[in-house]
Structures are given as C-alpha cells and as structure tokens.
Design a protein around this ligand. Structure first.
Ligand code: KG4
Ligand code: ZN
Length: 353
C-alpha cells in the first residue's frame, strides 16, 4: 500500500490531496481539497500571477491540514510528497514546490517533483485504470496538445497549438462578447440558445496532414463579426458563441483524427482516447469525441470535471506512479516554468510547454 500527498499550485487553483494505491486494486482518492482563485482574478478578466502566488501562500497550509483531516491520515502515514514543479506561473510553482520539499525534508520521506501535464496525462489511469499506450487530448486554459502516452515519463507529442490554447480562445471570445470570466462555461451556456449556422466561421488547420491547432484566425473572425453587428443583442451573442463552438468542435474532431493516424503509424493501436483539462467539461466537445470514438471503435475515457480541471489528486497519483518506479527526485529540484512532456518535440511557438 502506498499513500502520497500531492500539491498543486501552478496556476489559479490551490490544492492538496492524498491518494492511496493498493497493489492490484488501483488508486483511491482519500482527499482532494481544491480552492479556486476565480473570485480573486475575475475583476482583471484573467489570472494575475502576483495575486495567484500570494493566494497560494495564504491557503496551502490550511488545505494540507484539511486533506489530512478528511482522509483521517497523519503526516507519518504518508509514504511520499509530490508537488507540481511546472510548467506554470513560477511564483505559484515555488510555493507548492517549497512546501513539498520542506515536508519531505522534515518527515524524511521521498520527494517527487511532478510535471503538471503528466498529472493531467495519467489521471485516466487513476480513474479508469487505462493501460499504456493511449491517445490523450489535453485541452485547458494553458495547454492544447495531442499526446501519445506510452508510459510514465514517456510521451510523444503528436500535435500542439501554434498560438492560443483552446480554453484561452474560449476565454478571449467571452471577454470580447462581454461575458464574465472564466469564459469557457459562459460561452457554452450562451451557445445553448444560439444558432451554430448563422455565422460561417473558419476552421483553421482542418485538412492539414499534421495534428496541430491554430485558433487565432478563428478568434479574429469572431471579432470581425462582432464588430460588424455591434451593438450585439443577446441573440447575436448566443449565435456567435454557438457558431464559434461548432467551429472548435469540427477542428478538434479533425485534429484528433490526424493524431490517431499518426499514433497508428508511429506506435501502433492505442488502448483508448482520453480527454483531460478544463475544456473537457464542455458538453459539445464531449459529445463530438464520443461520436468520433464510436465511429473508429475506440474506448473513450473522460475523467469527471473535478479531475479534469487542476487538482492535487492528479499530482499525488503521478507521484504514486513515479514512486512505484523508484523515480524519486532530489530536494534541489528547481521550478520549471516551461517543461514539455515530450523532450524531443520542438519548442512550441506559443512559448508554453
Ligand atoms: O484545466 P483548467 O482548469 O486550468 C488550466 O488552464 O490549466 O482549464 C481552465 C480552462 C479555462 O480556459 C476555461 O474557460 C475552460 O477551461 N473551460 C471550458 C469549459 N469549462 C472550463 N471551456 C469550454 N467549455 C466549458 N464548459
Ligand atoms: Zn492544468
């Protein structure tokens, strides 16, 4: 039996979680305390790094204590301390990393420096016991990637975004249309009452042989339509949201199809298609992926929204996987604001992992 404490502070969620692994029985989340900073950042329409770092400092200790209480564990019962060491906002990363190292030092327990993206990537193994290798669509506010997950620490990037992340595009469209932050869920909600065919928006990259994304042209097209029809009625906003979402869904389906093709060529058949990251909460995207998986006969795994957005359980689980393989880190491990999962892939053009 193995129990690991996981700390997440790379963006605007502070989280401490305890996950247990029983050999043969898989993982079990004993506590997953998450505090979102949405309220602190809402007035600025986006995450303010300085505010985020301070908020992490303010609440992390309390969340660790709460995770211990919820799980009924004492610190001495913990077998390892895992902290997200990047990629992300460096001020926040330092907070979680320092807390994790200090606990590991004081308790004389193994320390595990976790790549935040690996946390997202391995979550499907915690929730559904998915076997390697699988195709991962990672879509959040900071990341948009298609990855072949071959093993712990073994990733091949099949596609990435050349500009904005998909969640970022949702957030920017929302801001443009006067919807509150964070925009993704608001755009989805507005789209429910909209006509997806009213605006004929571009589907950037569709039909290209690679599996990359580009969102800036689509974003600009929405801006042009919004300006053309200003002042926007409620219906205009709904129609723009619906049309934008329909374009995104088409693009994702096409890009995933390309990535699957590359997966078969480079690696062989995947065991599953996994979606992770905050954007995976989007119903239209989920439905499209479900249709696609059915069509190609692939098992689709989408962790619950609480485990798709940033959380400590995914960091603890990645810690368990690494600890099980003896991949322990040194207490000198430095924060990595940029930290690609696929070390052989060319640096992404948007400067994010
Ligand atoms: O994974 P996450 O919580 O944080 C990181 O970015 O790492 O993802 C948050 C992103 C935001 O951009 C948010 O607008 C987007 O996920 N999002 C959605 C939906 N819910 C969250 N985008 C589209 N539709 C949604 N329902
Ligand atoms: Zn994330």
């Amino acid at each position: 039996m193995m129990r690991v404490l996981g700390l997440e502070t790379t963006c605007d969620e502070t989280s401490a979680a305890i996950v247990m692994m029983r050999p043969g029985a898989g993982g079990e989340i004993l506590a997953n305390e998450v505090l979102s900073q949405i309220a602190e950042h809402a007035a600025y329409g986006g995450v303010v790094p300085e505010i985020a770092a301070r908020a992490h400092v303010d609440v992390l200790d309390r969340l660790i204590r709460r995770a211990l209480d919820t799980s009924g564990m004492k610190l001495k019962d913990i077998d390892g301390i895992a902290a997200a060491a990047g990629p992300g906002l460096v001020g926040g990363v330092i907070v979680g990393l320092t807390a994790g190292k200090s606990l590991a030092l004081a308790l004389r327990k193994p320390f595990l420096a976790i790549n935040h993206l690996e946390g997202h990537a391995l979550t499907a193994r915690l929730t559904d016991g998915v076997a390697f290798p699988y195709l991962l669509l990672l879509v959040s506010g900071g990341h948009t990637q298609l990855l072949a997950v071959r093993g712990v620490g073994d990733y091949v990037r099949l596609g990435t975004t050349l500009d904005d992340a998909i969640g970022e595009a949702f957030d920017k469209i929302a801001k443009m249309l006067g919807l509150p932050y964070p925009g993704g869920p608001m755009v989805e909600k507005a789209a429910l009452n909209g006509n997806p065919e009213r605006f004929n928006l571009p589907r950037p990259m569709m039909g290209r042989a690679n599996a990359d994304f580009s969102l800036s042209g689509l974003k600009t097209a929405v801006r042009i339509e919004a300006e053309k029809h200003a002042p926007l009625s409620r219906q205009d906003v709904a129609d723009l949201c619906a049309s934008f979402q329909a374009a995104i869904v088409d693009v994702i389906a096409d890009r995933v199809r390309m990535a699957l093709r590359a997966f078969h060529e480079q690696i062989g058949p995947p065991t599953a298609l996994v979606i992770a990251g905050g954007v995976a909460a989007n119903g239209a995207i989920r439905r499209a992926m479900s249709r696609f998986a059915n069509e190609v006969g692939l098992h689709l795994v989408v962790p619950s929204p609480a485990l798709c957005t940033d959380n400590g359980a995914m960091i603890a689980w990645a810690g368990i996987e690494r600890l099980g393989l003896g991949l322990i880190d040194d207490l000198t491990f430095a924060p990595r604001p940029r930290w690609p999962l696929d070390v052989h892939a060319a640096p992404s053009l948007n400067g994010k992992a």
